[in-house]
Design a binder for this molecule. Structure first.
Ligand SMILES: Cc1ncc(COP(=O)(O)O)c(C=O)c1O
Length: 420
């Protein structure tokens, strides 16, 4: 008797209200293969699926842009982790943003926090505008949202924490005003991941992610996702997902789903490392200011306490270094474990200078209003050992700020920390 004749009974997969995060991360959207019993789903590379008669596919799939088994399973997992009824995956975080903005009618208005990811800012100002969707940016959305709402306002866009200044927004406060006007609230949760924050639980209508970051977590997939509860929204966004076609491959969906299964472990380690580094930076004479919502000195600490799991600060932080832009650049070149690179949320630690890299496209004046000064360094903490990371930051600070000392005879000398 073959396996096909004797399908293996698969246990029911984790229903979301019953199980905790780690259990859901491992099991949600992860059925055993009903034919072979494989515990890990196969990668379904087929672009098309056979039909027994016209319009009658063998199973539920017809064509892989519309849906495929790996993307479906990944979407189920994201929905479970974000406490949502529905989730959709896209080919990047930016494609997710584009699909949501495309769902707005021409003439719509959006209110957005100022310090959004540079690519989001670019889409809002250079692409949405050409479809006659206008965006107003504000650095103080909790205070001035009521004044900024117009009859044609359809969406509020929040990044909390924001990129790269780690500012938090009280989602519930903004959502309760938006909802009085029938306006939807979108929260970009990329910096925290669903392990640390679930925006839908705080009143948001849509949560979006660059899956490229924490959810995949291994810096080897570019992907995005949106999760929400509304059926009408699901109908509209599913239509656009297929019509625009900015979808992830089956292989990327499978990889990102594999990454997601360890999200809780990675997010805990990254937070532990970031907390330790933020404290060390705060105590350093070479640092002007530290942006990290997990520090009691942060102006956003009280929001982190109520909005984040156990008040966790997440794995991202930024700081202003003494010595201006040159010191910021030198710092990023002097780290030995942290790699100078864009992106974030991977197992490996990264550093970058947003004013010259991820946010270079935003005019300086606008950047500085949002706190993105030339001396700002952004740090993505990975899951290496805490003490090694802290030592690396401290030695790089010493070299970047103190710089090479000129000895009495005019020759350049090392910094005296033995690490040159
Ligand atoms: C907060 C945030 N949102 C969205 C994006 C865009 O995601 P992707 O690069 O996957 O298009 C990024 C990318 O860095 C980001 O940091």
């Amino acid at each position: 008797m073959t396996l096909a004749e004797h399908p293996i009974e698969t246990p029911p997969r984790a229903p979301s209200p019953v199980h905790r995060f780690g259990t859901l991360a491992v099991h949600a959207g992860s059925p055993h293969d009903p034919v072979t019993g494989a515990v890990i789903e196969p990668i379904s590379l087929s672009t098309t699926f056979a039909q027994t008669s016209v319009g009658k596919p063998v199973g539920v799939y017809e064509y892989s842009r519309s849906s495929n088994p790996n993307r479906d399973n990944f979407e189920r997992a994201i929905a479970a982790l974000e406490h949502a009824r529905f989730a959709l995956a896209f080919s990047s975080g930016s494609a997710t943003t584009a699909n949501i903005l495309q769902s707005l009618a021409a003439g719509s208005h959006v209110v957005s926090v100022s310090d959004v990811y540079g690519g989001t800012h670019r889409y809002f100002t250079k692409v949405a505008a050409s479809h006659n969707v206008k965006v107003t940016f504000t650095p103080t959305i909790e205070i001035d949202i009521s004044e900024l709402i117009r009859p044609e306002t359809k969406l509020i866009w929040i990044e909390s924490p924001s990129n790269p200044t780690l500012s938090l927004v009280d989602i519930r406060k903004v959502a309760s005003i938006a909802h009085q006007h029938g306006i939807l609230v979108v929260v970009d949760n990329t910096f925290l991941s669903p392990y640390v924050q679930n925006p839908l639980d705080h009143g948001a209508d849509i949560v979006v992610h660059s899956v490229t970051k924490y959810i995949n977590g291994h810096s080897d997939v570019v992907m995005g996702a949106a999760a929400y509860n509304s059926e009408s929204l699901h109908e509209r966004l599913t239509f656009l997902q297929n019509a625009i076609g900015a979808v992830p491959s089956a292989f990327d969906s499978w990889l990102a789903h594999r990454g997601l299964k360890t999200l809780h472990l990675r997010a805990r380690e990254a937070t532990k490392n970031a907390t330790s580094i933020a404290e060390a930076l705060e105590n350093s004479p070479h640092v002007i200011a530290v942006n990290y919502p997990g520090l009691p000195s942060s102006p956003f600490y009280h929001i982190a306490q109520k909005q984040h799991r156990n008040g966790m600060g997440g794995g991202m932080l930024s700081f202003r270094i003494r010595g201006g832009h040159e010191a910021a650049e030198r710092f990023c070149q002097e780290t030995k474990i942290f790699t100078l690179a864009e992106s974030l949320g991977g197992v490996e630690s990264l550093v970058e200078v947003p004013g010259a890299m991820t946010h270079a496209g935003i005019p300086r004046e606008q950047r500085e209003i949002a706190g993105v000064f030339d001396d700002l360094v952004r740090v993505s903490c990975g899951i290496e050992d805490e003490e090694d990371l802290k030592a690396d930051v401290l030695q790089a600070l010493e070299k970047a700020v103190v710089g090479p000392k000129v000895s009495k005879n005019g020759a350049l000398a090392a910094n005296g920390n033995g690490l040159s």
